[in-house]
Design a protein around this ligand. Structure first.
Ligand code: ZN
Length: 326
């Protein structure tokens, strides 16, 4: 009888969607399905994850032989104790997610922060694999990074390392961040930050081709701003120009912290390559002289980098024999 290959059921919990996929040891996604997410609270998020897992088993089923479950979640995670601590400082109802999932689905479960998972995928399957010292920088709705030193992802004493969206990159900025400081890179250059900045300065640019979205809850996308920038639109030049300088400063500051040999960019704002192309002139050569492999775009598909990372997390943990406490 043919034995089925071992796989991991991987779950990537994002702000708007949950992606579930079955991933093999080569990082190949055998099947996947998208579900709506809910991160208004951790309780709601866990309900959504469980419902999605149940539906996935019924509607898609398994191609291989799942030997574990890997989950990437937004926010702070104590991996050793399988504890999802918080989504953000104001949304915190610590939940032992590993225990909750294992009790119901009867497979060993492993959880980590979503950017941590993407970084695992990057250093295993992507450009991060070129060296033991790298930085994975995610510029999406928010901004966060993982610093990899000697193949170890730095997590910090409170699982809060890499929240570099709150590095101040403009000392003279008057743009206030929810964290309390002014000029954080996240309020200038993240997907949400770009939208907020464009909305805030719109009144000063009545001639701009960038207009307020007609539908409520719709954002001015990075893409819209980048196209307007290419057409010489003054609003786009101001907002995107600020973001480019901010991210360039961020990257150069990170390079000074950990001496990486490659900086890999991922996330919705950068995925089409436009941002990186515009960014290059702002990066100082002397600062980047040891970044041997340069500042590059991830080679992994944005949609599946998270679930690939979740599978690597689970495979690695199962192989090492380290089971998360429950
Ligand atoms: Zn901040």
């Amino acid at each position: 009888m043919e034995t089925k290959e071992q796989t991991i059921l991987s779950i990537d919990l994002g702000g708007t969607k949950i992606l579930i996929g079955e991933v093999n040891e080569l990082g190949e996604v055998l099947a996947s399905k998208r579900y709506p997410s809910d991160v208004s609270s951790q309780i709601n998020a866990v309900l959504k994850i469980k419902a999605a897992l149940n539906d996935y088993q019924e509607s898609i089923g398994f191609i291989g032989n799942p030997i574990g479950i890997g989950i990437g979640v937004v926010g702070r995670v104590d991996r050793e104790h399988g504890l999802w601590i918080e989504i953000n400082p104001s949304v915190s109802q610590p939940v032992y997610l590993v225990k909750e999932i294992e009790d119901e689905f009867k497979l060993p479960c492993f959880i980590a922060n979503d950017v941590y998972c993407a970084t695992l995928a990057e250093i295993t399957l992507g450009n991060g694999n070129l060296t033991k010292n790298s930085v994975y920088l995610n510029i999406g709705t928010g901004i966060a990074a993982c610093v990899v030193v000697e193949n170890q992802i730095i997590e910090g004493g409170h699982f809060n390392a890499g929240e570099i969206g709150h590095m101040v990159v403009d000392m003279h900025s008057e743009v206030l961040c929810p964290c309390g400081r002014k000029g954080c890179v996240e309020v200038l250059a993240s997907g949400l930050g770009l939208h907020n900045r464009a909305m805030a300065v719109m009144k000063d640019y009545p001639e701009s081709i960038v207009k307020k979205p007609v539908e409520i809850n719709t954002r001015i996308s990075g893409e819209t701003l980048f196209q307007a920038y290419d057409q010489g639109d003054a609003l786009a030049r101001a907002v995107v120009g600020e973001a480019l300088v901010g991210v360039a400063n961020l990257i150069m500051n990170l390079v000074r912290v950990s001496d990486p040999e490659v900086v890999v960019l991922g996330g919705g704002v950068v995925q089409d390559g436009w941002f990186l192309k515009q960014l290059t002139p702002y990066l100082n050569e002397k600062t980047l002289r040891f970044v041997t492999y340069g500042v590059v775009l991830t080679s992994l598909e944005a949609k599946t980098i998270g679930i690939k990372g979740c599978s690597i997390l689970a495979f690695n943990q199962l192989k090492s024999g380290k089971v998360q406490m429950r």
